[in-house]
Design a protein around this ligand. Structure first.
Ligand SMILES: Nc1ncnc2c1ncn2[C@@H]1O[C@H](COP(=O)(O)OP(=O)(O)OP(=O)(O)O)[C@@H](O)[C@H]1O
Ligand SMILES: [Mg+2]
Length: 238
């Protein structure tokens, strides 16, 4: 279980997170929502160690992460798929899945390639295709699969829907949901601006407004309340 308590963080003298508290439970999909520039990516960076939290606590399975190196945090089973995806144009799908692979915290290899391609069959079809030739949706599934080869127990996804056509976004949603229902699935934190997409898969939702949590509740509650969505996001269901 991931637990942030009153986390403050920023860049230089500029505060961005102003007391963020949130929890991500095992086996669940937790959405962290908010408009542009509200601090979603900064929250993820503070969890993986790319940004230092100036105060508050970030605990994973009871262990305080705040002053721990990026490397050590990753070794605790924290996997991260950044906004930028970082697909290598000249490596094939199969090569992407080979280079990142490592065993999990307890030495397990829960996600061998055979299992990954069963979960995301398109990766089997595109196995020898180079990263640069893949569609945006295929690239997104590839980077999720690549993160799984590190056997994470927590998977942080930063805006997987970004730049993808609506039909493809739906497919990615189905895949993320399917992943969350697998045996040994990592707990998933899904960062999104796209509420419809995120709320269609999330068990629990948080909304960040200017570095503070303005809503915490069941995904279904926020999904059902478009007025609340408007007031929190200002973009309705967009
Ligand atoms: N490296 C940086 N240096 C200085 N300021 C930054 C840096 N990265 C982000 N910021 C600022 O911090 C604030 C929060 O940014 P953050 O990237 O966390 O937002 P976000 O919610 O992920 O937005 P988006 O939906 O656009 O990705 C913004 O005002 C942004 O301009
Ligand atoms: Mg961001």
């Amino acid at each position: 279980m991931l637990e942030l308590t009153d986390v403050h963080a920023g860049y230089g003298q500029t505060p961005v997170l102003r007391g963020v508290s949130m929890t991500a439970r095992p086996g669940a999909i937790t959405a962290l929502l908010g408009r542009n520039g509200m601090g979603k990516t900064t929250t993820i960076r503070s969890i993986v160690g790319l940004v230092r939290a100036s105060s508050g606590s970030i605990r994973y399975n009871g262990v305080e992460l705040r002053s721990m190196s990026i490397h050590k945090r990753a070794r605790l089973g924290i996997g991260f798929v950044p906004e930028s995806r970082q697909v290598f144009p000249s490596l094939t799908v199969a090569e992407h899945l080979k280079v990142a692979a490592r065993r999990g915290v307890n030495g397990e290899n829960a996600w061998p390639i055979e299992r990954l391609v069963e979960l995301f069959p398109v990766l089997a079809r595109r196995s020898s295709t180079r990263g640069g030739q893949l569609s945006g949706g295929e690239q997104q599934l590839l980077v999720i699969a690549r993160a799984l080869t590190t056997n994470p127990t927590l998977l942080l996804l930063d805006e997987p829907s970004e730049g993808l056509a609506p039909l493809i976004v739906n497919e990615i949603g189905v895949m993320i949901k399917r992943l969350s229902q697998e045996d040994n699935s990592p707990s998933i934190v899904l960062i999104e601006q796209n509420l419809q997409f995120a709320l269609s898969v999330a068990d629990h939702a948080y909304v960040l407004v200017k570095g503070e949590i303005a809503f915490s509740g069941p995904g279904a509650q926020l999904r059902a309340d478009t007025d609340l969505q408007h007031s929190l996001i200002g973009l309705g269901t967009a």
